[in-house]
Design a protein. Sequence first.
Length: 117
Amino acid sequence: QVQLVESGGGLVQPGGSLRLSCAASGRIGSINSMGWYRQAPGKQRDVVAQITRVGNTNYADSVKGRFTISRDNVKSTVYLQMNSLKPEDTAVYYCNADLDYYRDMFWGQGTQVTVSS
């Protein structure tokens, strides 16, 4: 009924860039906040960046100045532009969306980002 589908992950060299996308579809109604999280092997899932419906953002300290989150409310899509990537950015990246109709959070299936030379 509700789907969040991420795309844009892959293998990139240190210092490179990637742009992740996450499109919400189905009976989604109004979307409050949207965000990106990541989980490296053996570690917990941590927040990377979040954006409210009106565009207010916040970032994890480790990505400030390198990553930019944005959203297109017409397309129900959130983006994560990742620049100056480091090996420690390697993880599975998940998007989520806070859907007002359900008063609940929904998650995508994740997309792998690997930063390696």
